[in-house]
Ligand binder design. Sequence first.
Ligand SMILES: *Cc1c(COP(=O)(O)O)cnc(C)c1O
Length: 430
Amino acid sequence: MDNLQQLYQSMGISKEVYDFGMKIEDTLKERFHAIKATTHYNQLKVLKAMQDNQVSEACFSASTGYGYNDLGRDKLEEVYASVFHTEAALVRPQITCGTHALALALAANTRPGDEILSPVGKPYDTLEEVIGIRSSKGSLAEYGITYAQVDLQRDGGFDYDNIKKAIHEKTKLVTIQRSKGYQTRPTLSVERIGELIRFVKSIKQDVICMVDNCYGEFVETLEPSDVGADMVVGSLIKNPGGGLAPIGGYIAGRADLIEMCAYRLTSPGLGKEVGATLGINGSLYQGLFLAPTVVEAALKGAIFAANIYERLGFSVVPNGSESRHDIIQAVTLGTPEGVVAFCEGIQAAAPVDSHVVPEPWAMPGYDADVIMAAGAFVSGSSIELSADGPMKEPYAVYFQGGLTYEHARYGILCSLQQLVNKKLITLTDC
Ligand SMILES: *Cc1c(COP(=O)(O)O)cnc(C)c1O
């Protein structure tokens, strides 16, 4: 027994689970190597954006109060605009999370009588209340903004006929979610998002195409803004914060749309001019700088998990060999006990709060109880190793993150160990 395996054993991983994991990992060497090319590209893309915009030490100082003339804040927005190849960006700690960023982008760019269309099926759970799909106080529906939806076809393809029918004079904004969220549909590649946007614009040229980019940043060398998206929106406690951003959201896109977002976030007339950053700029820059390598670690973890659970006979999305367009791995465990055990294992692997046991609970914005495993340095950060599962059919867990592959690997083996310990699976015959 080598030292590493001994250490694994002292941290709860049996020889049987370890050996099984290593057998799977051995098959993934080429796959892991291929991801590196994307990491190299994105690392240089981020570096170039920082150099081209002349990021300097002065960018890391704190502003307070109104936050007028916050050089670091303004330059960070230019850096984001360069990374996403857009005219402008709004990147702020006052944007509290991804849902807030999306709600902001939608509300800022629609008016009573306008319609929002999702041509890719139901949006992320928390957006149901933002839009008013589930009735909710303060929803866009209360302001007279309507919503239409066209589901994906059974094979995951776009339903072009019905999308065409759903676009009319009221259609102001089309929202496209890149990642699967809490669904088991495939994530959309940037290429497919580009096809969809071209189709939508061929029917109505001036419709605003917004992409919910959560979990997708830096997984490919292109972003949706490279293929025609007018706005891309995401959370800084996911991919682009690189694990270091303590809070925040971003919207990058066309200058006129970003200006509307700024007026909505602060106030008409004030827009981007206000918003103190209280000393966190350094973390936002450094997190963005690390983001490509952190995303690589998370992707390798997701691929490792997919191959482990696929080998054990569970349905996994994406499957063990298909190409990746976000960092989320769905594993359908099929039972509430399986979901709980998986999350217990992930929690036990955390650097923070590894001694606590997660339980299913009602969460704001979600319609079923959700169990969440996260022992994160930044509360709720899901670029850090985390797993969550709504306690409803088909009893799938959504696993994501890992600031390092080494940690993700240990976490996945812990989840497996917990399923073995609870006799929910056996490793014989594998
Ligand atoms: C996480 C996520 C959101 C919401 O972000 P929060 O920061 O949790 O509010 C929206 N859409 C998708 C696809 C997501 O993954």
